[in-house]
Every structure is written in C-alpha cells, then in structure tokens.
Write a protein that binds this ligand. Structure first.
Ligand SMILES: NC(=O)c1ccc[n+]([C@@H]2O[C@H](COP(=O)([O-])OP(=O)(O)OC[C@H]3O[C@@H](n4cnc5c(N)ncnc54)[C@H](OP(=O)(O)O)[C@@H]3O)[C@@H](O)[C@H]2O)c1
Length: 280
C-alpha cells in the first residue's frame, strides 16, 4: 500500500524522529527490509543545526525548507509542536496540493484547523502515536478529517501499523487518547523507576532491579493484550490469600495509585484541550 510513496516528516523531533526510526529500522535481528527505505523519507526541522544533527542521527535527508519537503512527498506527517502548527501550515500551503495525504500527530490540533489552512479538498488524517513507535511497539489512534477517504485512513493506518498497534476512534476522543497513550509512556517510566528504586531499597543491585521492574511491566502488559483477560482477573492470579501480594496491593490502594493514575490522564486530557488556544 505504501509501495513507491515518498514520505515527508515535518518536525523530526522526539516523536517525528521516533516515527522515522521505526519506519526505517530493520524489522528483525536477522535484518530484512524496512517498512520504508530511508531514501524515500525526507524530514524538516526549524533550525539548521538541528537539521544537521537529525540527518546524522536518523540517516535521512533533513533540511529546514518544509515547503520543498512537502512538494517532494506524497504523504506528509506533521510533527511540530501545536503552537508551531499555524506558521508551518502557512509556509507549506502552496506545496500541499489535493492528492497528497496530510497526517497530523500534534496534540490538541483538530483536523478542521489543518483543513482550513490548506487548499480545499486536501485529505487530512489525525493521529495520536507515542514514542515506543521507535521500537515498533507504539500505540496510535487515528481519525479521518472531512476530505479523507477510507483509503486515506487505510494508508495512514499502514504507516502506524508498521510501528506498533493502531485503532480508529472518533475525533472527539483524541484529547483523551493524548492523555492516556500519548503521555502514557511517561507515567509508566515513573512506575518502572519507582519499582526499581524499591528493589534497591530491599537490597537488589540497581541494574538487576531495573531489569526486574521493566520486564515485569512488559510481561504484565503482554498478559493483558494476549490473554485478553480483564486486568482484575490477572491480578487475582498473582494474589494468594494471606500472601505477600495482597499486602503490597493494600499499600498501593492506601497511597491512592489508582486515583492518581486516573487523575493524571484526566489532567493531561484537559491540558490537551487547551493547547490549541496557544497555536498560531
Ligand atoms: N513526544 C511525544 O511523546 C509525543 C506523543 C504524541 C504526540 N506528540 C506530538 O508531536 C509533536 C512534536 O512533539 P515532540 O515531543 O516531538 O517535540 P520536539 O521534540 O520539540 O520536536 C519538534 C520538532 O519540530 C521542529 N520544528 C519547529 N518548527 C518547525 C517548522 N517550521 N518546520 C519543521 N519543523 C519544525 C523542531 O525543530 P527545531 O528543534 O530545529 O526547532 C523539532 O525538531 C507535538 O505536536 C506533540 O503534541 C508528541
């Protein structure tokens, strides 16, 4: 579906860079073809020094002329900060002709904002990925704008399927997705870091403790995804009556872990609602 298509990534920062790395990496340890060869991806950034660094680290051509990248690409991924989106769209407007597919991954920026600033009829898909795209373990939620066809959505989905899992939801839920899976890796790093600290506290060497902590999060996530059991049932499988786990769980309940996580997602969702007000 992406055969021969040229991809332009406008804004190869943390997320744009992770997407490029995910698309261009060899799919397995034995090598194999990347999803998109590096010579079919071009990038742009805001400053010349960043462009130089990104070219060296990502192995694709990165410049500062977004319009030139837009001109030379069939599919554009817009990955600048929401606050920079208005100015970026103004600079690429004449290069983005109908027939090109524009995928925006900026938090908070609705498809209507993009559509209003580009030529009439340009297909826009909005996505909310996360940084584990870098390793092919991303989670991306997509929604189609007014002019995007099923085919456009499918093409966008093919890109993000290649760097993780995807789902399609109504656009009104995208700020909530931002608060959950977009920001989510940061919450989980905090959990991993805290569990690792706990291991150190009970005498486990730090390196081993971090391994135990991260692999436990990974294993638990795979149990949920692959066994398709409710997390509460899986929790019960670990919790022997009068055993150790129940004591640990009670501490977490007392510390308000559950409520804290729910409040974190709600706060981040609220912030995602606000960001668009700061866009140019
Ligand atoms: N980070 C995440 O985990 C994550 C997750 C989901 C969604 N997002 C969304 O992804 C977007 C980027 O976030 P980020 O964390 O990757 O930010 P970032 O690391 O600051 O990257 C932003 C990039 O945009 C470049 N840029 C600035 N002005 C530009 C322009 N006019 N044309 C082309 N590139 C330009 C910057 O280049 P210079 O440094 O040279 O200015 C930088 O490389 C945001 O909208 C965010 O909401 C991020």
């Amino acid at each position: 579906m992406l055969e021969g298509l040229r991809i332009g990534v406008l804004g190869v920062g943390k997320l744009g860079g992770a997407i490029v790395r995910g698309l261009t990496r060899a799919p397995d340890a034995a090598g194999g073809q990347p999803v998109i060869p590096a010579d079919r991806i071009r990038g742009s950034v805001g400053h010349a020094e960043t462009a130089e660094r990104a070219t060296a680290s990502l192995g694709i051509a990165v410049g500062t002329d977004g319009a030139a990248v837009a001109e030379a690409s069939d599919i554009l991924i817009l990955a600048v900060k929401p606050q920079k989106m208005g100015a970026l769209l103004e600079s690429i407007r004449s290069a983005v002709t109908p027939g090109k597919l524009v995928i925006t991954v900026a938090a908070s920026v609705p498809t209507s904002f993009i559509e209003e600033r580009l030529a009439d009829g340009v297909a826009v898909v909005r996505g909310m990925p996360n940084t584990p795209c870098l390793l092919g373990d991303g989670m991306t939620v997509l929604c189609a704008g007014t002019h995007a066809s099923e085919d456009d959505l499918a093409r966008a989905r093919t890109i993000f399927d290649a760097v993780g899992r995807t789902a399609v939801l109504d656009e009104r839920l995208l700020d909530g997705v931002t608060g959950l899976s977009g920001s989510g890796p940061a919450y989980i790093y905090l959990v991993i870091e805290s569990l690792a600290e706990a291991g150190v506290k009970v005498g486990i060497p730090r390196e081993v403790s971090t391994l135990l902590s991260a692999q436990t999060v990974l294993g638990a996530a795979r149990m949920v995804l692959e066994l398709r059991e409710h997390p509460a049932l899986l929790k019960d499988m670990v919790t022997t009556p009068a055993g150790c786990t129940i004591d640990g769980l009670l501490e977490l309940e007392e510390g308000g872990l559950r409520v804290s996580l729910i409040k974190a997602v709600v706060k981040a969702t609220d912030r995602a609602h606000e960001l668009i007000q700061e866009s140019s």
